[in-house]
Write a protein that binds this ligand. Structure first.
Ligand code: 5RP
Length: 230
C-alpha cells in the first residue's frame, strides 16, 4: 500500500511540479507525505523561490521540517498547481475527501489553483462514489447547527454520524473549530446535485464532495504500475 501511495505521488510530482511552478498547494493525508519526500529528493528541479500553501497543520509541519517555505493565501491568492489525496474517486473524477477532516481548507486551496491533481492508491478508485468509501460523505458543520443539520440530512435520506475523536474523548474538532458529520448516502448517483443540496443547509460550512475540480488523478496500483484518469 505504501508503495502504491509513493508511486502515485512521485509520478504526479515529476509530471506537474516543474521549474515554473512557483506556488504549490500541498494537501493532507498519508499519500501527501510522499509528495513532500518527492520535493525533498528533487530540490534541484524545483523553482528556486518555490512557495507551498499547505491545507492544514500536518502538511504545514512536514513542509517546514523539510525546509520548504510555507505561506498563506493572503500573500499568494493564486496557486499554480495543487496536489492532494482522496478517499474515493469515480470515473468522472468526482472525489470524496475529508477522511482527515481537512476538506474545507483542501477545497479552498483546490479552488485557488489553476490546476488540481489527485494522488491516491488503488483502493480509492471506483466507478461510482459510495462503492469504496463506506464511511460516508464528510460534512463540516458549525457546532451551533449540529442538531438541525443532522435532522435535515436524515430527511434527505442520509445516515449521519458525528465523527468522534479516538477513544471517544469527544467530537473531532477541525482546524476551523467545527464538527464533522459523516453521512452515508449509499451509492451516489448524482454527486453534483448532492453537493448542492447539502451545501445549502444553514450551518454547513463545506461538504467533502469535490465535483468538476480535479483535472487528473494518479492511482498507484498493486502491481507497481500507475493508472491515470483524466
Ligand atoms: C483529508 C483528506 C485526505 O486527502 C484523504 O483522506 C486521503 O488521505 P490518505 O492519503 O491518507 O489516504 O481528504 O481530509
Amino acid at each position: 500500500m505504501e508503495k502504491a501511495k509513493k508511486d502515485s505521488a512521485y509520478r504526479a510530482g515529476a509530471k506537474h511540479i516543474t521549474p515554473e511552478t512557483r506556488v504549490l498547494g500541498v494537501g493532507s493525508g498519508s499519500t501527501i507525505v510522499y509528495l513532500v519526500h518527492y520535493l525533498r529528493e528533487n530540490r534541484e528541479k524545483l523553482h528556486p523561490d518555490l512557495v507551498c500553501i499547505p491545507t492544514g497543520f500536518q502538511s504545514r509541519q512536514l513542509l517546514v521540517e523539510n525546509g520548504f517555505r510555507v505561506a498563506e493565501l493572503d500573500e499568494f491568492p493564486v496557486i499554480d498547481v495543487a496536489i492532494d489525496g482522496a478517499d474515493e474517486v469515480d470515473a468522472s473524477l468526482n472525489v470524496i475527501k475529508g477522511g482527515g477532516a481537512a476538506h474545507l481548507r483542501e477545497k479552498v486551496v483546490a479552488s485557488a489553483a489553476k490546476d488540481f491533481i489527485i494522488i491516491a492508491d488503488y483502493r480509492k478508485m471506483s466507478e461510482q462514489l459510495g462503492q469504496q468509501w463506506k464511511q460516508g460523505v464528510p460534512i463540516e458543520v458549525i457546532p451551533f447547527a449540529l442538531s438541525p443539520v443532522m435532522a435535515r440530512l436524515k430527511e434527505m435520506g442520509g445516515a449521519p454520524t458525528l465523527r468522534m475523536a479516538q477513544r471517544k474523548a469527544g467530537p473531532v474538532v477541525t482546524d476551523n473549530g467545527n464538527f464533522v458529520v459523516d453521512v452515508d448516502f449509499g451509492l451516489i448517483a448524482d454527486p453534483a446535485s448532492l453537493l448542492a443540496r447539502t451545501k445549502a443547509l444553514a450551518g454547513v460550512v463545506e461538504v467533502g464532495l469535490f465535483c468538476s475540480m480535479a483535472r487528473i488523478a494518479y492511482f498507484g496500483m498493486a502491481d507497481g504500475s500507475v493508472q491515470i484518469r483524466e
